[in-house]
Design a protein around this ligand. Sequence first.
Ligand SMILES: *Cc1c(COP(=O)(O)O)cnc(C)c1O
Length: 428
Amino acid sequence: MDHFTDRAGRLWAEDVDLTALAAAVGTPFYCYSSATLTRHFGVFRHALSGIASPDGEAPLIAYAVKANPNLSVIATLARLGAGADVVSGGELARAQAAGVPPERIVFSGVGKTRDEMAAALAAGIYQINVEGEAELFALSEVATALGTTAPVALRINPGVDAKTHAKISTGGFENKFGIPLHRAAAAYALAASLPGVRPVGVTAHIGSQLTDLAPLEATFALLGTLVRSLRAGGLAVARVDLGGGLGIPYRPGDPAPPTPADYGALVARATKGWDVRLLCEPGRLIVGNAGILVSRVVTVKPGSHAGGRSFVVVDAAMNDLLRPSLYGAWHHIRAVAPSGDTMVATVVGPVCETGDTFAEDRTIDSVATGDLVAFMSAGAYGATMASTYNSRPLVPEVLVDGAAWAVVRPREELAAQLARERFAPWLV
Ligand SMILES: *Cc1c(COP(=O)(O)O)cnc(C)c1O
């Protein structure tokens, strides 16, 4: 459930009229709802509320920053008690700047550099999720040189098909992620033997936008077996990080994905008797439906042949919201002030690529030049994947809280974009 609703025939974000907001900040812009972020985090936390570690610690919900790294988004979640799952030195810096305490930060990622490892160790974060044996050796050296010990969880590749889009599937043996299950015990023993690292647990993250719990259930079962066999081998396991991946509804009419409550029930059942502190790394589930991209129709072009569909050209493009062109992803597109009529159209941006298409031959609210449209469910993997392709400035991000709103990232100035470059001396 989100807090983007119709009032008197127009779309609002909480108590903010998006038509007025568009007039104030210009289009395109991303708009995030604090109430929705708060609700989603609360629902997820509640779903896990019956589960505690042997010490009585609640699961650590480490929000996956890559889904939406806006500082105000992270800060909103941090104030609710969220931690952060980061995958780069940049995301680590963001989590710290947004006020996430180090004891709630987890560092994942398949190619951490030594500099990134050092930054994580200097920050004193809770856990580094290590994705391979070579990374263990490197981390051991970096930590030893710094005179510290890194708490590590080994990311296991369980060899499970997540049944999601191939580009966001991460738990199959053909994927680059994690240590294959059959090498996990040896790698854990290796970690226990190396100076500067202390294995504290295991983790798995099999993919994103999962709409079926069965692959997660299979993964959790494999993790449970692994924990028992590690312990049988005399190795301590204090934590299990279950990753993220829960899908959200994108397309009206599609079967509803599993709810956080369904997920929580699965986690409770699957992890019974593990005697560990659990960690979860939800990203999309928290922010996906808490954000929209608002855009204005630049022009409507009739198709080239009789019966050909109209093109609705909007001022947002693939550089602002990449998911449709990258994954063929579906975003519901609606008029901000629908007339009640519909049309069949192909919705495109102005970028000079045919891939700059948001929807093909889709029945949408009728729109005309100057009308506002909203791309729904754009809070996750939206602004964060934006680029300046076609020299388009990065669009603003606005956070709403009740009747209050704030531009939490201003529109990039074209002059600033140009000023970041310089002429080679021989061209001056
Ligand atoms: C991307 C990612 C997540 C979050 O995935 P969602 O599908 O957004 O929940 C969690 N953990 C890791 C390691 C990731 O790479």
